[in-house]
Design a protein around this ligand. Sequence first.
Ligand code: BTN
Length: 239
Amino acid sequence: MDIPVFTYSSLPSTNDTALELYEQGQTPPFIVLAVRQTRGRGRGAHTWFSPEGGLWFSVALGPVPAEHLSGLGLWTAYVTVKTLRGLTDLPILLKLPNDIVLYGKKLGGILIEIRRNCAIAGIGLNTNVSTFPAPLSETAISLLQVLGNRITHESIYPGIAMRLWEFVHSPPSHQTWLPNVNAWLFGKGQRVAVTCSNRRVQGVLKGVTPDFHMVLTGTEGEQALSLAFLRDFEIVNGE
Ligand code: BTN
């Protein structure tokens, strides 16, 4: 099965157009892809720098059973990291809750939204972006900057979209993928500080559990924090 793709040269945000097409009667799954976004959105109140060269797309998944929703963000990050590692051999890591990082800099991000009962997974990857404006240049990285050559977007997004569609209807057992999530976890074994449900917590990152919590150990023992409420993840080694 091929998932239909709607491609645009420019959009405000692929997530918004995916919702509009859904409301107009387009049946999920489908992909919305834009060569550039003029009002790309990140998590929280962040904007998302989306020039020509990057891969900006959204997968409309329709209504998702509640019991499959909690893992969707982590699964999206996992399949994205797996796809990019398979194509590049680079040490790409998953930064909780669902960022994609390379050499400590942001390579991509994921914005999952449930709007009008339709789950939309928005994925932004700095693939063939040649430069970033300051101050973004200090925290962002692209595959082009590291590899020196352009990567084909068709080798990335159709496979990811298909794996998201499979997940929302029959998620694979966590034993088949959580070990890889834990192997590719940014900051694992290091002291991290996170904000979770408006609480600032510090501890050593142990890993992710099958019920999608991150485990930190610290002076108060072991704490499991829900990935759904996680914000502001940072490494605080040396403090
Ligand atoms: C983040 O890390 O804050 C999430 C970034 C998500 C960006 C993607 S690009 C495609 C889709 N459309 C958007 O407006 N945002 C997401």
